[in-house]
Design a protein around this ligand. Structure first.
Ligand code: FMN
Length: 387
C-alpha cells in the first residue's frame, strides 16, 4: 500500500538540510509561476476557457461548496487509495487528463513523453491526447508498466479514425477514450484575440503527420508543406455529424475498453451503456468548450445512471481535498488537468511528479485526518454542504 502522506515528511526533512521545495505547493502558486514562464499565446490557450471563463471558475467553486465530515478514533492511520480499473490495480484513483498541447509545454517540447515517464514512475495513468507532439507509439513505449489510455478526437475521415484506434492498440494503450464535446471548437476569446491556436501552426499534430492514412489524403507531405498539412488537419479534426448512430461503428473498432468523455447527463449515460460502452468520463472539458453547469454538480446523477460502469471525472480538481470530494460523489477515478500541465511547464517529468505527489499526499491526509481508511468508505454521506 503506497503511503502518499510521507511525501510531506520528505519535504520537511529536506528543509532541515536547507533545501526548499523545487516547485510551488498550491495551484495558485503553480499557475503564477507557469504564467511567468510561458509564451503569452500558449499561456492564454492553456489557462483560458470558453466565453468569459465563467464555467471554468464555477468548476472550481463547486468543490468549495462541499466539506468532508470528520470522524475520530476510526483507525485510519494507514490508508488504501488503490483502485481497480479495467482489470488493473492502480496505486491511486487519480489519472492525468488529456492535454492536447502538453507536448509544447515543456522546455524540450516533448511534454507528452515527460507525462508518460511520470506515469511510468508513479503508476498514475495517463490519458494521452490525439493532439501530441510525439507520436502515440513513442508515448505508449514510455509508459512502462503503467497501462495508459488513448484519447480519440474522432476525425471527420473515418479511415483516419480507424487507423488511430488500431495504432493505439498496437502501441499498447489499454483503453480508448472518445471525447465527444469537441466536435467543433468552443468560443475562446483569449485565443481569438491572438487569432491563432497552437495546432493551426502545426504543433502537436504528430499523430496525424505520422499516420499513413492521413498522409495519403495530402497533396504534399507534411515535411514538404507543413502549412497545408495543418490546414488539412483543421478541416478533418472535428466531426459535427457524429451521433449515437455512429457508436456501433466506434464500438466495433476495438475490443479495448471504450470510454466516452464529456458525458454529463444520465440519459446520455444510459444510451452509452446500451451501445456497449465500458466507462463514462464525466467532464465539461475544464470549461473550454460549452458553457455549462459545473461538472461536479452533474456527477452524482451520472454515477447513478452508470450503475456498475466506472465513471471517470475531471474539471476543476485543484487539490487533494478535491480528489476526495469527487470520489465521495461517486467518481471511480479523478482526472487532473491544468495542475499537472503547469508542473510540466515548470519542471517536465519532475514537475509533473511533484504536482501528483502533492495532490496524492493531500488526498491521503484528507482521508486519514477525517477518519477514512479506504476510498470505499468515501460515499456521499461523508460530505456536507457548506454554502
Ligand atoms: N481534453 C481532451 O479530451 N483532449 C485534449 O486534447 C484536451 N486538450 C486540452 C488542452 C488544454 C490546454 C486543457 C487545459 C485541457 C484540455 N482538455 C482536453 C481537457 C482536459 O482533458 C480536462 O477535461 C480539463 O483540463 C479539466 O479541467 P481542469 O484542467 O480545469 O481541471
Amino acid at each position: 500500500m503506497a503511503n502518499f502522506a510521507d511525501f510531506q515528511i520528505g519535504l520537511y526533512f529536506a528543509g532541515l538540510g536547507g533545501q526548499l521545495p523545487p516547485y510551488p505547493l498550491t495551484f495558485a502558486g503553480l499557475e503564477a509561476a507557469a504564467q511567468e514562464k510561458m509564451e503569452h499565446r500558449l499561456w492564454d490557450y492553456v489557462a483560458g476557457g470558453a466565453g468569459d471563463g465563467h464555467t471554468q471558475q464555477s468548476n472550481i467553486d463547486a468543490f468549495h461548496r462541499w466539506g468532508v465530515l470528520p470522524r475520530m478514533l476510526s483507525g485510519a492511520a494507514e490508508r488504501d487509495l488503490s483502485v481497480e480499473l479495467f482489470g488493473h490495480r492502480y496505486p491511486a484513483p487519480v489519472f492525468m487528463a488529456p492535454i492536447g498541447v502538453l507536448g509544447v509545454m515543456t522546455d524540450d517540447e516533448h511534454g507528452d513523453l515527460a507525462a508518460a515517464a511520470a506515469s511510468a514512475s508513479s503508476g498514475i495513468p495517463m490519458v494521452a491526447s490525439t493532439l501530441m507532439q510525439d507520436p502515440m507509439e513513442d508515448v505508449g513505449a514510455a509508459l512502462g508498466d503503467t497501462p495508459g489510455f488513448f484519447q480519440l478526437y474522432t476525425p471527420h475521415d473515418r479511415e483516419v479514425a480507424e487507423s488511430f484506434v488500431h495504432r493505439a492498440e498496437a502501441a499498447g494503450f489499454q483503453g480508448i477514450v472518445v471525447t465527444l464535446d469537441t466536435w467543433t471548437l468552443g468560443f475562446r476569446p483569449r485565443d481569438l484575440q491572438h487569432a491563432t491556436f497552437p495546432q493551426l501552426r502545426g504543433y502537436c499534430l504528430a499523430n496525424y503527420f505520422s499516420d499513413p492514412v492521413f498522409r495519403s489524403r495530402l497533396q504534399a507531405t507534411p515535411e514538404e508543406d507543413p502549412g497545408a498539412a495543418a490546414i488539412a488537419w483543421a478541416l478533418m479534426f472535428g466531426n459535427p455529424t457524429l451521433t449515437w448512430n455512429d457508436l456501433a461503428w466506434l464500438r466495433g473498432l476495438t475490443d479495448l475498453p471504450l470510454l466516452l468523455k464529456g458525458i454529463c447527463h444520465p440519459d446520455d449515460v444510459r444510451r452509452a451503456k446500451d451501445a456497449g460502452v465500458d466507462g463514462i468520463y464525466c467532464s465539461n472539458h475544464g470549461g473550454r468548450q460549452a458553457a455549462s453547469a459545473p461538472a461536479l454538480d452533474l456527477l452524482p446523477a451520472v454515477v447513478d445512471a452508470a450503475d456498475d460502469m466506472p465513471v471517470l471525472f475531471d474539471s476543476g480538481v485543484r487539490s487533494g481535498a478535491d480528489v476526495v470530494k469527487a470520489l465521495a460523489l461517486g467518481a471511480t477515478a479523478v482526472g487532473i488537468g491544468r495542475p499537472y500541465g503547469y508542473g510540466a511547464v515548470l519542471g517536465g517529468q519532475a514537475g509533473i511528479e511533484f504536482v501528483l505527489s502533492c495532490l496524492l499526499a493531500e488526498a491521503d491526509l484528507t482521508m486519514g485526518l477525517n477518519g477514512y481508511a479506504s476510498i470505499t468508505e468515501l460515499t456521499r454521506e461523508v460530505l456536507v454542504r457548506v454554502t
